[in-house]
Write a protein that binds this ligand. Structure first.
Ligand code: GCB
Length: 590
């Protein structure tokens, strides 16, 4: 795959057929050694596994939950001989590394668990009863995004009897995520076969410029045999309002803007020979000006959350019903935005945000970068930035790109590492949206990266990890930090702040882990944020409780959710609902 490969979201229309291969597949656990036989022959010993979903939580068996290395998925399908056009096999996300075989022939290999990949299937490869095999490797290390730690041997060799005794037996091989979410793996999003005519539309890019009451729309397309394509612009009622061709700007008279909370989508219908594709888009502008973040020229205030793709049984698998519910809960709370922490989310979710008027900060899977990973990871990081923007560039809901979450920015090489990535993201984006890197540098005075971005994005846990239980100290520390950052005269956003709360645990006076403490924590922090006009938003960490690796810091996962994992509100949900209902989307800060 090249840099920022084209990747239209599959769609069924008058020129294209779309078949989902989702359902119950055959499945077998493998080892760290790849076994090609498990891809060329039907698996002889296998289990049933649902696709799309993580495999980890589908079985009541730790071998699945804690697996390390390869697993094998297989399904069989037959196709009617209906056409002689192109057949494309598309995976929307397989986490983290995979090899795809069809009838024993290797078709694709892909690294990176959160973005799509596809290839054309030759007609002569097909037969009656095709065997599709997908081998998936879940290993993470210092060369992958997200980053895995090397074998944790710190205590080994310490001479302590416990570690000496364990050393003699082999400790079971496992992943050591350098990030705080469960390393769910498997075929996480849909598997599709779609057709196109032989001459086809490979990619569409829509850019818009607001000119007074009108909008100038440029629709450009990558076309398999060159030339240009016909373009029709349809309004939200599917009425034609402009007509022309690719690369010549079209005018929408009296354009309706895409606004947070009041989405409006147009469609560009692109017709190229016998192919056609309907690309939705919105007319809206995004810019940073002084210490404000402007949407459609007005200072926007981000109210919302960091999230995860995480649910019962499905793990990190796409859960569209839950996506609907999550956006509904956000609206119930008066929230207007979220960040796709800590990886690109499904295209279905982004399309839903386009429709629902929810604002999105889109993040790469670059989480857990430490000073040792910079040199090893640079090429992969560049690729994932290009690929994410290529996939997501047309979504009006996305207003900013996040290059990474909490890299080690105290390291002196961090600025030199991130400055070119910042430029790259701007260069990749036809809409040239703002770019940020989300940091959590306790020694923030040493940070040169956060302040070099368009928006300073900070994760901060005073009152939890630092000054846990002491909200007075937390308030002072937070105030000092805001006083420090105000000198940069740039917009600053709290991309994370939070406190764990065990649902149902109540305490008066509030103590850590109680619902009351979580609420008191947010009241205290928000009282500081409200004092600073350059603070352009607050994203609570996290929307909902989520699964993590086991550990002394985590009781059945991370409990910083404002909702439980099954989306029941904690006290803080009601507090934020009251607060956010009173904070307008625009002009909150002077
Ligand atoms: C952070 C991370 C997030 C963690 C969170 C926490 O700073 O960005 O991934 O889950 O803290 O709760 O510790």
């Amino acid at each position: 795959m090249g840099m920022g490969d084209f990747m239209l979201f599959p769609q069924m229309n008058s020129s294209r057929l779309l078949l989902k291969l989702d359902g119950i597949w055959n499945f077998a656990l493998g080892s760290v050694d790849f076994d090609e036989n498990c891809c060329s022959e039907p698996l002889n010993q296998c289990e049933k596994m649902y696709v799309p979903a993580s495999y980890n939580d589908q079985k009541a068996d730790a071998r699945f939950r804690d697996h390390f290395g390869w697993v094998y998925y297989q399904t069989q399908f037959s196709l009617p001989a209906l056409f002689d056009g192109r057949l494309v096999l598309r995976f929307c996300a397989v986490t983290h590394h995979c090899r795809v075989y069809l009838n024993g022939v290797k078709l694709m290999e892909h690294s990176g668990g959160f973005l799509p990949f596809e290839c054309e299937i030759a007609h002569d490869l097909l037969r009656d009863g095709n065997l599709l095999s997908v081998a998936v490797d879940n290993r993470i290390d210092t060369t992958t995004l997200p980053v895995g730690n090397e074998y944790q041997q710190a205590m080994f060799g310490s001479g302590l009897p416990a570690f000496e005794s364990v050393r003699k037996t082999e400790i079971k091989p496992q992943n050591y995520p350098n990030f705080d979410f469960f390393n769910y793996s498997g075929i996480h999003r849909s598997v599709w076969i779609y057709t196109t005519p032989k001459a086809y539309i490979d990619d569409i890019t829509v850019t818009t410029e607001i000119e007074g009451a009108d909008a100038r729309v440029t629709v450009s397309a990558a076309l398999s045999a060159g030339g240009s394509a016909a373009v029709t612009i349809l309004d939200a009622n599917d009425c034609e309002i402009a007509r022309g061709s690719t690369d010549t700007p079209l005018i929408i008279k009296n354009a309706t803007l895409w606004q947070p909370g009041a989405a409006y989508l147009y469609t560009a219908k692109v017709v190229y020979q016998s192919d056609c594709y309907l690309q939705k888009f919105g007319v809206r502008s995004v810019a940073v000006s002084g210490d404000k973040f402007l949407i459609n020229g007005r200072p926007f205030y981000f109210k919302g959350f960091g999230k995860h793709e995480d649910s019962e049984t499905l793990g990190r698998g796409i859960n569209e019903a839950q996506n609907i519910r999550d956006l509904s809960l956000m609206k119930w709370m008066g929230a207007n935005s979220f960040r796709t922490s800590h990886y690109p989310y499904s295209e279905e979710m982004l399309a839903l945000c386009d429709e629902e008027g929810i604002v999105v900060i889109a993040e790469t899977p670059a989480v857990g970068l430490n000073r040792n990973s910079y040199t090893k990871i640079a090429a992969t990081h560049r690729q994932v930035i290009c690929d994410m923007i290529a996939r997501d560039k047309n979504h009006p809901s996305i207003v900013m790109w996040s290059l990474a979450n909490e890299p080690d920015t105290e390291d002196e090489n961090a600025y030199d590492y991130f400055a070119p990535l910042y430029t790259l993201a701007h260069d990749c984006d036809p809409q040239d949206r703002p770019v940020t890197t989300v940091v959590c540098n306790n020694n923030y005075i040493k940070d040169r990266t956060a302040t070099a971005m368009d928006v300073i994005c900070i994760n901060r846990y005073y009152g939890w990890y630092i000054f846990g239980g002491d909200l007075d100290a937390a308030q002072q520390a937070m105030t000092a930090e805001m006083e420090y950052f105000r000198q940069f005269k740039k917009p600053l956003m709290m991309t994370e702040y939070g406190a764990d709360a065990i649902s149902g645990l109540h305490q008066n006076p509030p103590t850590m882990f109680s619902e009351e403490y979580q609420e008191a924590y947010y009241r205290c922090m928000n009282s500081v944020l409200d004092k600073y006009d350059f603070v352009i938003g607050e994203h609570a960490w996290n929307f909902a409780d989520f699964q993590t690796v086991q550990g002394t810091m985590r009781a059945d996962g991370n409990k910083k959710g404002i909702f439980t994992r099954d989306r029941r509100p904690k006290l803080a949900a009601h507090y934020f609902r009251t607060r956010w209902s009173a904070i307008p989307d625009f002009d909150y800060k002077k």
